[in-house]
Design a protein around this ligand. Structure first.
Ligand code: ADP
Ligand code: MG
Length: 711
């Protein structure tokens, strides 16, 4: 009696060297390896970029001038010439037995080497005629093997350096599938999930993506494989979240609502609906005994600071200290001033001493604090006399000892690393971890957030406080328009308002940036802004200098602040109503939106000027998006559209790509589905989980899963 060998798992396929396949010798194996394809699994996960549906193919003799057409033919002749302006012109003559067509490329001399005589290729493009013969100029070209006779031909990503072509990849994949088929592929996704979603099984999916019968089967295959990719990421994230909740011990805050009520009474305005909802989510987390790890996404000006304060007061109600970390000294300083003012009437019972009632104490720990003050603040933080400590990241990195830290709020933090979380764990009372609230004003689309921040709980503040006058955004692309822009600054100042001028982003060096902002400042003082009170702010100034400049601007003594992007985050001066961003095309959408958010914070109508000429189509699209929309979430979608997911995944994707087939843009619905399936399986502790987790580690690379924490 023989026992059938079990179906092959992804791990099996990952352990199978590509060289074991017929047709892959030493040389090819080396070329494949240099492109990151080492195992049969790597090969199978090298998916076709697109397909040529040969049922739609025409014969060259049937092509009609003026129409688009697809033909398959062989290169008969290659001519390489120089034409007017010393441009190179490559002309191919392609024939298929029914006729000939000329194919022309300008300024692409490498085409001669890519497409030598005898190459079989597919041409797709518009047919015109030149001197009596049919011609295509710069058509879409795919090199395929002449022996590829299926009705639907897969086209794999090709590069000149690869050392193999699309037809070889097709052949090797077909060979791999032929060898796998008798044993088939193991499919650990529970049958109920497969059925409920109408998925094809994995063997079918892999077969159809590489050797499709019809385009409809490609669509089905893609849906299944895209799901698998997104699901493995979600499973990792959801599992991680669950593990943390199971093992980590957090502070159980017993908020009474007493202090937050006092805050609400002093505010003079009600919370927005979104603030109420988000506060509920946060307070709910804080009441539980596992550590909160929550991300608060909210557009610029949505009122995140108030939400943070609510959390900090909730912590204090239960007798715990809070910390607020800001990314810059300027911002920490500003938070300190603002929060102190808001909380000045709040009194608390002292947790450490027997003194019953004293004012709530908020302190700032920054570089501009004197040594004596610093020593006092550190001592009082340790003894529990400081209730809320504000500062930069130094707060948790340095040897700051807390009496009983219950909540850490991290403002405008784009990178929240593993190390920081580790440090935080140690800062809590006893062996407990403090709750953590991370706030960001750089919204990313929901499905992207699910992927990038999928192990955090996410709260969204999607409503601006009432009574804001929308910011009008204008683009000054010409010198005339720029003149109008400076007039606008002058007239705003004449009406008692203030303005910001942000100088070009210079990534090369800090030093150059300082020089540029200083030059711009001097030029404006002697020119367009002559007679106004103009101040300068940049990152290289000392803390004292910066604070002096900011406080003069806050008090209204300074009319115009010329600055680098140090003012990007959080700066809040409601009387400032004009924002000028010089050389705006150099900035990204998110950054422009952040900068713009510095105005429109008071009752007066505000304007944001984007100055500069766009030199690329993307640059133009970015500025146009800013002119058209003030909604950060909408802009985030545009940004994703323009830049692709690579940048969102950004850091965490370094050197690797989990998403071979899935797109966070096109496959939004699948992201949502994958998340909900992962949550469901993890909640029910489905018996398939160990196998699925094992697959995830094969797909994501076991040593590499920590990337998920790096954002
Ligand atoms: P951001 O989300 O950008 O950090 P802030 O917290 O700085 O926004 O709030 C922006 C401004 O809106 C502040 O001046 C704040 O006092 C005000 N604000 C916050 N919440 C409300 C509200 N519910 N109603 C009216 N104004 C509010
Ligand atoms: Mg803020």
């Amino acid at each position: 009696m023989t026992v059938d060998p079990p179906p092959l798992t992804l791990r099996d396929l990952d352990q199978l060297d590509v060289q074991r396949l017929n047709g892959v010798g030493d040389k090819r194996a080396k070329a494949l390896r240099s492109n990151g394809i080492e195992s049969v699994l790597d090969l199978l996960r090298t998916y076709p970029r697109r397909y040529i549906d040969r049922t739609r193919e025409a014969r060259i003799g049937e092509l009609l001038e003026g129409e688009e057409g697809m033909v398959l033919g062989r290169v008969e002749r290659v001519e390489n010439r120089r034409v007017r302006g010393n441009r190179s012109m490559i002309t191919l003559t392609v024939s298929d037995g029914t006729g000939r067509i000329k194919v022309t490329f300008f300024n692409q001399p490498w085409r001669a080497k890519q497409l030598p005589e005898g190459t079989d290729l597919v041409l797709f493009g518009k047919v015109d005629s030149f001197r009596g013969s049919l011609q295509m100029t710069s058509p879409v070209i795919d090199v395929i093997g002449g022996d590829q006779t299926g009705r639907i031909v897969p086209v794999y990503p090709q590069s000149e350096k690869a050392g193999y072509g699309s037809s070889e990849l097709a052949k090797w994949n077909a060979e791999a599938l032929r060898r796998i088929r008798p044993r088939s592929m193991h499919d650990p996704l529970p049958a109920a999930v497969v059925e409920a979603n109408g998925f094809v099984d994995r063997m079918t999916a892999m077969s159809s993506i590489h050797e499709p019968e019809t385009m409809a089967t490609v669509t089905e295959a893609r849906r299944r494989l895209v799901f698998d990719e997104l699901f493995s990421i979600q499973l990792e994230l959801v599992q991680r979240q669950k593990d943390r909740q199971a093992t980590a011990v957090g502070v159980e805050h017993a908020g009474t609502g007493e202090l937050t009520q006092t805050l609400l009474d002093t505010l003079g305005f009600p919370l927005t609906g979104a603030q109420e909802r988000v506060i509920d989510e946060i307070v709910d987390d804080m009441h539980r005994n596992f550590p909160m790890h929550r991300l608060l996404q909210g557009d610029v000006g949505a009122g995140k600071t108030l939400v943070a304060l609510w959390g900090l007061l909730t912590a204090r109600e239960g007798g715990f200290q809070g910390a607020l970390m800001a990314p810059t000294e300027v911002l920490a300083e500003q938070h300190h001033l603002g929060i102190r003012a808001l909380l000045k009437d709040i009194r608390v019972d002292d947790p450490a001493s027997l003194l019953p009632d004293r004012p709530l104490r908020v302190e700032l720990l920054s570089n501009s604090v004197s040594t004596a003050d610093r020593r006092r603040i550190l001592a009082q933080t340790q003894s529990g006399d400081v209730d809320i400590l504000i500062g930069t990241h130094a707060l948790i990195q340095e040897t700051v000892q807390f009496f009983n830290l219950g909540l850490v709020v991290i403002d405008e933090q784009h990178r929240f690393g593993v190390e920081q979380r580790a440090v935080l764990r140690e800062k809590g009372p006893g062996n407990k971890e403090p709750d953590v609230l991370v706030m960001t004003a750089t919204p990313i689309p929901r499905t992207a957030a699910m992927t990038v921040y999928g192990d955090l709980d996410v709260s969204i503040l999607d409503e601006l406080p009432p009574g804001r006058t929308p910011i009008v955004t204008r683009w000054a692309a010409t010198p005339d328009e720029e003149a109008g822009m400076w007039d606008d600054v002058r007239s705003a100042v004449a009406e008692g308002r203030q303005a910001y001028v942000v100088c070009p982003l210079i990534e090369a060096s800090d030093k150059l940036e300082v020089r540029s902002v200083t030059e711009t400042h001097d030029e404006l003082v002697g020119g367009q802004l002559y007679g106004l009170d103009v101040a300068l702010l940049h990152g290289r100034m000392s803390s004292e200098e910066k604070e002096a400049v900011m406080s003069s601007f806050r008090s209204g003594d300074t009319d115009v602040l010329v600055a680098t992007t140090v003012i990007e985050v959080g700066v809040d001066v409601p009387n400032a109503t004009v924002m000028v961003i010089l050389d705006a095309p150099r900035f990204g959408i998110a950054q422009l939106h952040q900068l713009r958010g510095r105005v429109g914070r008071g009752a007066h109508a505000s304007t944001c000027w984007l100055a500069g000429e766009a030199t690329t189509a993307d640059g133009e699209a970015r500025l146009e998006a800013l002119v058209e929309s003030t909604d950060g979430f909408e802009l985030a979608e545009v940004d994703l559209e323009l830049r692709g997911e690579g940048t969102i995944m950004g850091e965490r994707q370094k050197g690797r790509n989990d998403l071979r087939l899935a797109s966070l843009r096109r496959d939004r619905d699948v992201v949502v589905l994958a998340r909900s399936v992962a949550v469901d399986l993890v909640e029910r502790n489905d018996p398939a989980i160990p196998e699925l987790v094992d697959e995830t580690s094969v797909l994501l690379g076991a040593d590499d899963t920590d990337f998920l924490l790096k954002n």
